[in-house]
Ligand binder design. Structure first.
Ligand SMILES: NC(=O)c1ccc[n+]([C@@H]2O[C@H](COP(=O)([O-])OP(=O)(O)OC[C@H]3O[C@@H](n4cnc5c(N)ncnc54)[C@H](OP(=O)(O)O)[C@@H]3O)[C@@H](O)[C@H]2O)c1
Length: 376
């Protein structure tokens, strides 16, 4: 594995980080991680040089940290850098920051977290934690040795991103970026800004939560014009890693084959490696998709579990797929099944919990109604 220098200490980090948000699960139950398959994937990744693992308090409804802690304690903890995130939406008073961190250390069965992020900052959460003296908490946690490097993950607009970058002596930040989202949230401008200020930049959702891994006939035609044959997922990962400002790309892999493919990519030439023609293919595919997307949901699952069991990301995926991949019949069939399991739009009481946590700030309630109209 090749390694990139990261942080002011120039530690060596694999360009591919393991996103622990999309482990394989049993019975479609997000909190029921398939531990056998997932452990095999983790061990394979570590044996092949991956040394950055990214989890969070809420991934897999809380099971991700617990599972990772169990796996890592068997001699693997010292082989990797561990990243996790403070769920700032649960913080009501100053003492909550450290209480949650201590709970995470216990779940992860470790005495420190190498890379600790304030999770999913946007306007509302940022104001709240500033008022609660969050930087004092980060300084204090570093002094106590509970965390080594401090960062934040971000889901709002560029001006706020710049404000946050300038507000503290961050070691790194984590932003969403893929060829479809160049100008969304922090976007490419944010990437360059953070880099220019000396922050290490970690990318999440490089394959747009898996959406860019599937290609319609129209998209396939574009890829087929390239002399070098690559899977759609590889095109997406390579586009992100082509940027010299990117230190790590996180991928939430759900099969061992995906781990293998992504490790192979991470071992090849990355920064500034795509030719003008190759970038042109990617631009053409971007145009095709842009014309078709109905709802900008990335299936990050932050809105899950819904208090009334509405499978929000699944519904948006079915709706989008109808337009992006022409899966009208398949989407309608899938929605019918969702109705049988009482997870469809009719269960929604418009409580708004989902809209408060959605990192994309989607107007979920009205979009659900719009989706249902076409799915029934
Ligand atoms: N801090 C935050 O606010 C935040 C938000 C979102 C994510 N994250 C972190 O960032 C990580 C990365 O984001 P993400 O999981 O959305 O990444 P992603 O790479 O955009 O999407 C992951 C999905 O892409 C597909 N995939 C990955 N490699 C593939 C391959 N080689 N071939 C075909 N398909 C492939 C899989 O989809 P299928 O499972 O459908 O096959 C996988 O579940 C997360 O796991 C999490 O750790 C953080």
């Amino acid at each position: 594995m090749q390694y990139f220098k990261f942080t002011k200490d120039n530690i060596e980090i694999s360009p591919l980080g393991f996103g622990c948000m999309r482990f394989p699960v049993i019975d479609n139950n997000l909190s029921n991680i398939d531990e056998k398959k997932s452990e095999e994937m983790i061990r394979f990744a570590i044996d092949n040089g991956i040394n950055y693992f990214d989890t969070a308090y809420n991934y897999h409804s809380g099971s991700s940290e617990i599972f990772l802690g169990k796996v890592l304690k068997n001699g693997l903890r010292d082989k990797i850098y561990l990243a996790s995130k403070n769920p700032v939406w649960l913080v009501e008073e100053y003492s909550d920051f450290e209480r949650l961190l201590d709970e995470q250390l216990e779940r992860l069965q470790t005495d420190h977290i190498d890379f600790y992020l304030l999770h999913s900052l946007y306007n509302k959460t940022y104001k709240k934690i500033i008022d609660l003296d969050v930087f004092k908490f980060l300084d204090d946690a570093k002094k106590k040795g509970k965390i080594k490097y401090a960062g934040f993950s971000f889901h709002d607009e560029l001006p706020l991103f710049k404000t946050i970058v300038d507000a503290y002596d961050w070691d790194f930040c984590q932003i969403q970026l893929n060829y479809m989202d160049r100008n969304m949230q922090a976007g490419l401008d944010g990437l360059e800004y953070a880099y220019s200020k000396g922050l290490g930049v970690i990318i999440m959702e490089p394959i747009k939560g898996g959406k860019l891994a599937n290609a319609s006939e129209e998209v396939e035609k574009v890829w087929s014009e390239s002399k070098v044959k690559r899977s759609p997922a590889e095109w997406a990962l390579r586009w992100v890693l082509n940027h010299k400002e990117v230190s790590i790309v996180l991928s939430g892999m759900s099969t061992l084959d995906q781990v293998k493919e992504n490790i192979r990519i991470a071992n090849s030439k990355l920064h500034n490696s795509l030719t003008k023609d190759e970038l042109g293919f990617i631009d053409r595919v971007t145009d095709i998709y842009n014309k078709r997307v109905k709802v900008g949901c990335t299936s990050c699952e932050y809105c899950q579990p819904c208090p009334f069991n509405v499978s929000i990301p699944d519904i948006f995926e079915m709706y989008n797929n109808m337009y992006i991949y022409d899966t009208v019949e398949q989407s309608k069939k899938s929605y019918e099944k969702l109705k049988e399991s009482l997870k469809d739009v009719s269960q929604c009481t418009e409580c708004g919990v989902c809209e408060n946590i959605c990192p994309q700030h989607l107007e979920i309630i009205s979009l659900l109604k719009e989706s249902e109209k076409e799915l029934i």
